[in-house]
Design a protein around this ligand. Structure first.
Ligand code: AVJ
Ligand code: FE
Length: 437
């Protein structure tokens, strides 16, 4: 926040740390055996995420910013994500849930002490409270990961939330808008808590394209399934077809069909009918791409996604969020685990971008047809294991955040990435097509 005093910043940061911890606590309010269990080989035991959150916070806020000695140096390796694969973490001598809760509380105490001692200016790690913002985002990212673990867990529901809003009037799922050719500013050099991969701001010139106002819905995706989309190799890339065949994919993850042909889904322990008007979620990049080919369209590049989300043709500048520069409020976007599902398309008109594109932030992460690469002028900050070590590999970019993403961990410049086969994340997609002349 420009012109903010250190005292005001401390209050704001402490509230954000508190909100993250409330969520981590709610997501780990389970029996010890459930916390230590491996609910899926794709995920860590929940108790690992909890102590890992504390470990990162200790490393950056207590040891680095705070200048203190390690609390428990002997556990560093256990919670280093690069030393142990997710599927092997269940075998480690992890802290028990009670020990993990005690550890994160002790770390938090010392982190708040560091917050009160830090000038929140001066060296880059502390200027604008960056290290604190990074740790808020890190905890919230793991909270979304833990939410995905909850979705993979079997057994009855343990989480609860209000249903999302509904649109006020009729919505045309096929609506699209033109984004005219021309340059826009991509990425940011101004956003104080933007991570290294979002930097620096740079100009990108794009040809004209048309983008869907809404993400692709369950109803539209079910039509692709009914049309035999999963059985037609011409719709899939070679890698996509191999993935579809090896995994025996026939529908989005968590969907099943009864003898009447009705689609059902399991959502956080509840089985319910698949709502036609919600954005589809739990599809891989490959499934999104096959759908796009079937629909005669394509996935946006990440530059196209960002221009449609941020560019204001009236002023020529890029916004922080689709709706403007204001922090997300409840009427803008489905964020923060307020609702534990995407909202029907058309539910967030107040969150539309300057071009009128809706629900770009919140609801579902959107797969883009771009690999995970640095922007021109990228430099590592503050450590290479966040972004850099993943560049150039086999990852696809995701944009916009989901209903599981906290407002503090998303903005229109935010870049996420994952393997193109992943389906447990809260990812869907929207489509574009070339505008022609
Ligand atoms: C940015 C979501 C891909 O969870 O692997 C968490 C975030 N980095 N701890 C991930 C992250 C280190 C990261 N993603
Ligand atoms: Fe992490």
């Amino acid at each position: 926040t420009p012109g903010e005093s250190p005292e005001t910043m401390r209050t704001r940061v402490a509230a954000l740390l508190g909100r993250s911890r409330e969520r981590s606590t709610a997501l780990t309010a389970l029996d010890d055996s459930e916390l230590a269990a491996q609910h899926s080989p794709l995920m860590s035991p929940l108790v690992w995420d909890l102590a890992h959150i504390g470990s990162m916070e200790e490393l950056w806020l207590v040891r680095d910013v705070g200048g203190r000695e390690p609390l428990r140096p002997e556990i560093d390796g256990l919670y280093d994500a690069f030393q142990h694969s997710r599927s092997s973490r269940v075998e480690l001598p992890l802290l028990t849930p009670a020990e993990a809760r005690g550890y994160v509380a002790e770390v938090r105490d010392k982190a708040l002490d560091a917050l009160h001692r830090s000038p929140l200016r001066g060296r880059p790690l502390e200027a604008e409270g960056f290290a604190f913002g990074m740790i808020v985002q890190h905890e919230q990212q793991h909270d979304e990961t833990m939410l995905a673990t909850h979705q993979l867990r079997s057994g009855g529901p343990v989480l609860d939330a209000a249903p999302p809003p509904r649109p006020a009037g009729a919505v045309d799922p096929a609506a699209e808008v033109l984004v005219p050719a021309g340059p826009f500013e991509m990425g940011t050099s101004a956003e104080p808590w933007a991570l290294d991969n979002e930097r620096p701001a740079h100009v990108v010139d794009l040809p004209a394209f048309r983008i869907d106002v809404h993400p692709v819905t369950n109803g539209a995706f079910a039509a692709f399934v009914d049309a035999g989309g999963y059985d037609d190799p011409r719709l899939w890339t070679d890698a996509g077809w191999a993935h579809r065949t090896e995994e025996g994919l026939v529908a989005p993850r968590f969907w099943s069909r009864d003898s009447d042909g009705t689609w059902w889904r399991r959502r956080f322990g509840v089985v319910e009918r698949v709502p036609d008007d919600e954005p589809v979620v739990h599809v891989s990049f490959h499934e999104a791409q096959a759908y796009a080919r079937w629909a005669g369209k394509r996935l946006p590049t990440e530059a196209e996604w960002e221009k449609a989300a941020r560019h204001d043709p009236a002023t020529g500048r890029s916004r922080r969020f689709p709706w403007g520069d204001d922090e997300p409020r409840a009427e803008h976007a489905n964020l923060g685990q307020r609702h534990l599902q995407p909202a029907p398309i058309g539910s967030y008109p107040a969150g539309a971008s300057a071009f009128g594109v809706q629900q770009m932030v919140g609801d579902v992460w959107e797969w883009c047809d771009s690999g995970w690469h640095p922007y021109p002028g990228f430099s590592v900050f503050p450590y290479p294991e966040y972004s850099e070590v993943f560049f150039g590999g086999d990852y696809a970019v995701l944009r916009g955040g989901s209903f599981g993403t906290d407002p503090a961990a998303i903005r229109a410049t935010f870049r996420n990435w994952d393997h193109p086969i992943r389906r447990q994340i809260f990812a869907g997609f929207r489509l574009v097509r070339d505008a022609g002349v």
